[in-house]
Design a protein around this ligand. Structure first.
Ligand code: IMP
Ligand code: MG
Length: 183
């Protein structure tokens, strides 16, 4: 393990097992409601790795799309408003949407995104996140499908970055605080 990390908190095999389980759970959930087709919307760039593994475990007809958003303000002063940097390519009106995120921290980004998407009249909207830090939550946004709940540590890997790096790691590691100073 690189000296950049204080430890690995989720191993590759654990991720694989969890993604399999989530794929089954999502398939069963929508099948039980008689929903026949999904639009999976990945939030760039963090969700790309998780989403590409997850969709291959969901046994339902689907299309995929992407959005890129940035939060206004710093994390300390976040107003919870988001700016859309890249919008979805197709209309979502009347569609069953599943938003896929890498991590829900305060929940402000997702809460805001959810409001923005509901205004376009989809038929349903659910949230799926690989990770969640429940102790940091500032909104009551519901994560319908969550991979792992983690403590309040800054983590990287499996899509999650620090200053754009470490996304390609096949595991999730806690970033060593010394790295913050170096980059
Ligand atoms: P929030 O839920 O609005 O606070 O913002 C969530 C966003 O913060 C995520 O989409 C990530 O981009 C980023 N983030 C929060 N915690 C971490 C972390 O531990 N590692 C990497 N990115 C994080
Ligand atoms: Mg993100």
């Amino acid at each position: 393990m690189s000296k950049d990390f204080a430890g690995i908190i989720i191993e590759e095999a654990e991720i694989k097992a969890k993604v399999d389980e989530m794929g089954r759970q999502i398939t069963e959930y929508y099948s039980s409601l008689g929903i026949k087709e999904l639009v999976i919307i990945g939030i760039l760039r963090g969700a790309v790795i998780f989403m590409s593994d997850l969709i291959r475990k969901i046994d339902l007809p689907m299309t995929i799309d992407f959005m890129a958003i940035s939060s206004y303000g710093t994390s300390a002063t976040s107003s919870g408003s988001v700016r859309v940097l890249k919008d979805v390519s197709e209309s979502i009106e009347g569609k069953h949407l599943l938003i896929v995120e890498d991590i829900v921290d305060t929940g402000l980004t997702l809460q805001c995104l959810k409001n923005l998407l509901w205004a376009r009249n989809p038929k349903s909207l659910h949230l799926c996140s690989f990770l969640s830090k429940p102790s940091r939550r500032l909104t009551d946004v519901t994560v319908d499908f969550c991979g792992f709940e983690i403590p309040d540590e800054f983590v990287v890997g499996y899509g999650l970055d620090y200053a754009g790096k470490y996304r390609q790691l096949p595991y999730v590691a806690i970033l060593n605080p010394e790295v913050y100073a170096k980059i």
